[in-house]
Ligand binder design. Structure first.
Ligand code: C2O
Ligand code: CU
Ligand code: CU
Length: 428
């Protein structure tokens, strides 16, 4: 924190080598290190500034996924950082406690830059949060889940042969670590799951059938915890869960075949049949006691009735409404202070998801999913859109008007995004 009270972070995007399970010579990218980046943390109401220096040797950007902030600070494709340059966005944290993240967003190169290792978590705190496990690294654990494939000892960036999803890996890394385990010393642990993979959808559960409490999704805590045995996350989505591993017990967090709601061929070649072990939890013989998860977690503001409806069709593997991303074209103009309904239809037959910058939306409905489905809960910025489905999103852009700098909406399967499945909107 500097003299003016601003919380300052210094980040350096750089190249290195890192052992991802295939020896020490794997070429990787990282932030302030060889692979991934530090967890940033700030509190609601606080002013932050991030000095981002780009030392990767080529142009990039750094985007704050899930953050409510001015478009010029967003780190999207227009806020490029030339090789060797430093970019210093600043804003005020103005949203509830949440598990957000950061990653590059250079148009056409996002998939490569993220896959090589540029990503990290950005945790937001809020004094109004009820008591939850919050001892970082002890009972509050960030889990950045990624799939990788290797060609000998180097990362293999090739896309899949029979599907248009981009790169799917056959090995899992958690926080850059292969075959990870976690020693548990408390009755309850909070796991902050982030799907930071380029294309893979995970369906997380425990091999022992353990139930857990889902307490938060992309944009913060739920109103009330939900007891679940599995939670599905598409690329970019987050879930916060609280688990009780019995003293002396072991359980493996794994991913079983996700429900992609796609046809046989797409399911198979988009990773829909795959299973992985993700993280082993090893509980000590005696565990420190922790408080129960509160029954009431957060209060949601009423977004009101939508007065504007937008129709966005996911068409093919690289277009929205039949058009490919154009940096010079503004696709949608949003008037601040208006509640909007965005109808996203996946008419492509392929798997996609949908992410909107700046706002957290509420999912009103996904065709074919029962109301009350956990995938619909909470403040969300990214949602899986099954082939053939229509997803209805309610959202409001309150402030940060800027007619000259757009925000993005896009599919978060990074190959699709790079290929043009992205659009731009301004808030005026
Ligand atoms: Cu996580 Cu526009 O991105
Ligand atoms: Cu984003
Ligand atoms: Cu897509």
């Amino acid at each position: 924190v500097d003299e003016s009270g601003t919380r300052v972070f210094d980040l350096r995007m750089q190249r290195g080598t890192h052992d991802l399970g295939h020896g020490p010579d794997t070429r990787t990218w990282g932030v302030n290190g060889d692979y991934l980046g530090p967890t940033l943390r700030a509190t609601r109401g606080e002013q932050v500034r991030v000095n981002v220096t780009n030392n990767v040797g080529e142009r990039s950007t750094l985007h704050w996924h899930g953050m409510h902030l001015p478009a010029a600070m967003d780190g999207g494709p227009h806020q490029t950082i030339e090789s060797g340059a430093t970019w210093s966005p600043h804003w005020t944290i103005d949203q509830p406690a949440a598990t957000l993240w950061y990653h590059p967003h250079l148009h056409g190169s996002t998939a490569e830059h993220v896959y090589r290792g540029l990503a990290g978590m950005f945790l937001l705190d809020d004094p109004a949060t009820p008591a939850l496990p919050d001892d970082y690294g002890i009972d509050d654990i960030p889990l950045i889940v990624q799939d990788k494939k290797f060609d000998d000892d180097q990362l293999d960036e090739d896309g899949e042969m029979f599907a248009d999803v981009g790169t799917l890996g056959d090995e899992i890394l958690v926080n850059g670590t292969p075959r990870p385990f976690l020693d548990v010393h408390t009755e309850r642990v909070r796991l902050r799951l982030l799907n930071a993979s380029n294309a893979r959808v995970y369906n997380f559960s425990f091999d022992t059938g353990l139930a857990f409490a889902l307490i938060g999704t992309d944009g913060g805590l739920l109103e009330r915890p939900m007891t679940l045995r599995s939670v599905q996350l598409s690329p970019g989505e987050r879930a916060e869960i609280v688990v009780e591993v019995p003293a002396g017990g072991r359980t493996v967090l794994r991913s079983t075949p996700p429900d992609l709601r796609a046809d046989f061929w797409q399911t198979r070649f988009s990773g829909g049949d795959d299973r992985f072990d993700v993280l082993e939890l090893r509980a000590a013989p005696t565990l420190a006691s922790t408080a129960q998860v509160p029954g009431q977690l957060a209060a949601f503001e009423d977004l009101g009735e939508a007065t504007v409806t937008r129709h966005l069709d996911l068409t093919g593997a690289s277009t929205i409404n039949g058009r490919s991303m154009d940096m010079a074209r503004v696709d949608e103009v949003v008037v601040a202070g208006t509640t909007e309904l965005w109808q996203i239809r996946n008419v492509s037959g392929l798997i996609h998801n949908f992410h909107v910058h700046d706002a957290q939306f509420r999912i009103v409905d996904i065709t074919g999913m029962p109301p009350g489905h956990p995938g619909l809960a909470g403040r969300k910025d990214t949602v899986y859109v099954p082939p053939g489905a229509t997803v209805q999103l309610l959202m409001r852009f309150e402030d940060h008007t800027d007619p000259s700098v757009p925000y993005m909406y896009h599919c978060h399967l990074l190959r699709h995004e790079d290929d043009g499945m992205m659009g731009q909107f301004v808030v005026v």
